[in-house]
Design a protein around this ligand. Structure first.
Ligand code: PLP
Length: 437
């Protein structure tokens, strides 16, 4: 997959044949399966190389700035010596993140690039502004929200009072109902953003609701960050007070978290993340994020972001025409959510979890997912598909029609493993021109 992978495997093999064999096997798996999980992507050679750079050796607890009178002053705010390069690097990433997401308004915002992933980014923001037991609102997990938006098994649902909003029976955000709930509960924070919502999010409307009830608006744009960066989805700014995101989904960077907030909220968020929640940042990941953000600032990234949506729409249209029931009746972003249990007879299956396994037998990797109205989210009715990774591989509408054909045939195979394996062989051949081997 990556230009330097064979030499990496050789280097690892000199020390550890077991891990080298697993890296080689994973590379083969990635080359032989169509990646359709909407939260996954494929980073560039440069991002992968920066990840394995010597920055991994460096401890850099603290920040490349110090807060004074609510303003981040450029200064060495680290606890250990040897920070000449880490300080420059972290400031570079912060600048690039602000340029990408707030452009000319950069001087009004602050970026924190240290969150190890999306979940700690979200927890840091909540813990910056809420005390245990305080109320916030988020989209329920079985309606497309994330665990960290207040699910009861997650620390965000255990430590704080999480009021969960849902979707209409058709799978749409019901802004009037959200407003009513917000006015009744007066949350300190409203989280908007989702992990399985195929339609555009109206950030302006969320901003109005938050303002009306006196809450901060936190937009968790983990899934759509790359679309926002590439102009294929409306930005959450200026409506959101805080944006959190993972950096490894549509944004196509290393696995990490990023927080951008109004400048006046920066000190609390910085302190909540470190020393409140985390220790030393992963400077190699921050180096890789710098590279990914440079890629996202390149005009070519706009084409990629728009193609993701074009591809998702093409795939969705074919699946709908074949009889799959699509939540939201289609897609406006990178993601498709199909209720495969309540689809038409031509394609319906009786077990979505089993269908996810059938798809994998056919070398199509997607995930099972709850859909609105599922009474038992642990027995989901849905399959979630996405187009970021296949778009990165260079696929366009024509390939989406072929992928739709594979998915439809996999449903019609009704668990027949010989038929599924035969589709899998075709998929491997189909993929060859798009993978680097
Ligand atoms: C909306 C949203 N927020 C947060 C996260 C958590 O990110 P991570 O898995 O990197 O902790 C995810 C992950 O899927 C997500 O979809």
């Amino acid at each position: 997959m990556y230009a330097q992978l064979s030499s990496i495997i050789d280097l690892v093999a000199d020390e550890d044949a077991d891990v080298a064999a697993l890296i080689a096997a994973e590379n083969l798996r990635q080359n032989e399966n169509i990646p359709l999980i909407p939260s996954e992507n494929i980073v560039s050679d440069a991002v992968a190389a920066a990840l394995s750079s010597c920055f991994t050796n460096k401890y850099a607890e603290g920040y490349p700035h110090k807060w004074k009178d609510g303003v981040a002053q450029v200064a060495n705010g680290r606890y250990y010596q040897g920070q000449a390069n880490t300080n420059q690097l972290e400031r570079l990433v912060m600048d690039r993140a602000l340029k990408l997401f707030v452009g000319d308004e950069a001087d009004k915002y602050h970026a924190n690039v240290q969150a190890l992933s999306g979940a700690p980014a979200n927890l840091a923001v909540l813990s910056a502004f809420l005390s245990p037991g305080d109320t916030f609102m988020g989209l329920a997990l079985d309606n497309g929200g994330h665990l960290t938006h207040g699910h009861k098994v997650n620390i965000t649902g255990k430590f704080f009072h999480a009021v969960q909003y849902g979707l209409t029976a058709e799978g749409l955000l019901d802004y009037d109902a959200i407003e009513k709930l917000a006015m009744e509960n007066k949350p300190k924070i409203i989280i908007c953003g989702a992990t399985a919502y195929p339609l555009t999010i109206d950030f302006k409307r969320f901003g109005e609701i938050a303002k009306k009830c006196g809450a901060l608006l936190m937009a968790d744009v983990s899934h759509i960050a790359g679309l926002i960066a590439g102009g294929a989805h409306e930005s959450c700014f200026p409506y959101a007070d805080i944006m959190t995101t993972t950096t490894h989904k549509t944004l196509r960077g290393p696995r990490a978290g990023l927080i951008i907030c109004k400048k006046e909220l920066g000190e609390k968020i910085d302190k909540a993340l470190f020393p409140g929640l985390q220790g030393g940042p992963h400077m190699n990941t921050i180096a890789a994020l710098a590279v990914a953000l440079k890629e996202a600032l390149d005009p070519k990234f706009k084409d990629y972001a728009h193609q993701i949506v074009i591809n998702a729409k093409a795939l969705a249209e074919d699946l709908k025409a074949a009889g799959f029931k699509l939540i939201g009746n289609g897609t406006e972003n990178h993601l498709i959510l199909m209720d495969v249990i309540h689809s038409s007879d031509a394609v319906k299956v009786d077990d979505a979890s089993r269908f996810a396994e059938d798809l994998e037998t056919a070398h199509l990797v997607a995930n099972k997912n709850a859909v609105p109205g599922d009474l038992k989210p642990w027995i989901p009715s849905g399959i979630r598909l996405g187009t970021p990774a296949v778009t990165t591989l260079g696929m366009k509408e024509n390939e989406m029609h072929q992928i739709a054909g594979f998915i439809i045939r996999a449903a019609q195979a009704k668990g027949d493993s010989e038929k599924l394996k035969a589709i899998g062989e075709e998929v491997k051949t189909f993929l060859q021109p798009f993978t680097k081997g």
